[in-house]
Write a protein that binds this ligand. Structure first.
Ligand SMILES: NC(=O)C1=CN([C@@H]2O[C@H](COP(=O)(O)OP(=O)(O)OC[C@H]3O[C@@H](n4cnc5c(N)ncnc54)[C@H](O)[C@@H]3O)[C@@H](O)[C@H]2O)C=CC1
Ligand SMILES: O=C([O-])CC(=O)C(=O)O
Length: 330
């Protein structure tokens, strides 16, 4: 039996993500939580003829408690999205507190659940969730994930003309680092099948993967950021976590994790100096079983991308940790 919970279920990502989870045969129970509209979203989805039993909760009547109790996997797309001209870090002011409070709920009501953080800025919200779980004495680094799958999905899609694959998801295009601008580092030297990016297209492609989010923010022109592609990516990651938890072998997904708590992670910490980092992770019944270190084989160009990434990432991580350790005055 798998109980999945979506926190922020009525939003632009929350609704299509909940639809995909409701339609999935891997989910037996789906609880939706948001500060608005969950009764309507849940009623709508409940007419779909799939297995998952669906419930919707609001904050009143201990809604968060009821949504989270018994959860196996919790996906968090709660929080505000960007408008043109904003960076993901500009979302910190509002989203930091939202993620902190929802993580407190996870710590209290379902401390063993796999927790997948989508809310931006991921580079800071995952450290925030980790601090909250640590403070409650229930932090298990193998079970807390920042969702960076959309970067990989974009990299697979944007390189399709070179991979030549009719199904771009059959390519492996690793993307490491964090989830914002220069902290996103695609490793085109380590793609599979072994295709080449022409030198005159390299910089533009790196830029497109790093700033793919901005492309959508600009096109939506004030109406938000990526929601449908994010729901696809978030579902892909959630599905992988569930499949691996049920014993499927060889499930690997890039994700932003606390490396010292994952086998193989210390090596990457030594090389980068950062403890939170996105890298391909082998998933298993307990969550993140092994962090795969791709840094040994990177090119000079990728090394310079990585340097810029680490600089930005350090500040983002510290900002998240500090927010919980020394909360700003209310
Ligand atoms: N990790 C990634 O790759 C991506 C992350 N995002 C981020 O995902 C977040 C959500 O984006 P959208 O769905 O487009 O925004 P949205 O505004 O459409 O939806 C957010 C939902 O969160 C709800 N919410 C606000 N406070 C809450 C609380 N305390 N508890 C529960 N729910 C709460 C809102 O009521 C709303 O329904 C944003 O922070 C965005 O930047 C977006 C795309 C990709
Ligand atoms: O760009 C944004 O703000 C939303 C996001 O994280 C993405 O699309 O990668």
């Amino acid at each position: 039996m798998v109980k999945a919970v979506v926190l922020g279920a009525s939003g632009g990502i929350g609704q299509p993500l909940s639809l995909l989870l409701k339609a999935s045969p891997l989910v037996d129970e789906l609880a939706l939580y948001d500060v608005v509209n969950t009764p309507g979203v849940a009623a709508d989805l409940s007419h779909i003829s799939s297995t998952a039993k669906i419930t919707g909760y609001l904050p009143k009547d201990d809604g968060l408690k009821h949504a989270l109790t018994g959860a196996d996997i919790v996906v968090i797309p709660a929080g505000i999205p960007r408008k043109p001209g904003m960076t993901r870090d500009d979302l910190f002011k509002i989203n930091a507190g939202i993620v902190r409070d929802l993580a407190k709920g996870v710590a209290e009501y379902c401390p063993n659940a796999f927790t997948l953080v989508i809310s931006n800025p991921v580079n800071s919200t995952v450290p925030i969730a980790a601090e909250v779980l640590k403070n409650a004495g229930v932090f298990n680094p193998k079970r807390l994930f920042g969702v960076t799958t959309l970067d990989v999905v974009r990299a697979e899609t944007f390189t399709q003309e070179f991979s030549g694959l009719s199904d771009p998801s059959k390519a492996t295009v690793p993307v490491i680092g964090g989830h914002s601008g220069e902290t996103i580092v695609p490793l085109f030297s380590q793609v599979s099948p072994d295709f080449k990016i022409p030198a005159d297209r390299y910089d533009a492609l790196v830029n497109r993967v790093q700033f793919g989010g901005d492309e959508v923010v600009k096109a939506k022109d004030g109406a938000g950021s990526a929601t449908l592609s994010m729901a696809f990516a978030g579902f892909r990651f959630a599905e992988s976590v569930i499949k691996a938890s049920k014993g499927e072998k060889g499930v690997v997904e890039p994700t932003f994790v606390y490396l010292p708590g994952v086998a193989g992670g210390e090596e990457i910490v030594k090389a980068t100096g950062v403890e939170f980092f996105s890298t391909p992770v082998e998933l298993g019944p307990n969550g993140a079983e092994k962090a795969i270190n791709l840094l040994g084989g990177i090119t000079e160009k990728e090394k310079s991308l990585l340097e810029a990434c680490i600089k930005g990432l350090k500040g983002n991580i510290e900002k998240g940790v500090e927010f919980v350790k020394n909360p700003p005055p209310k």
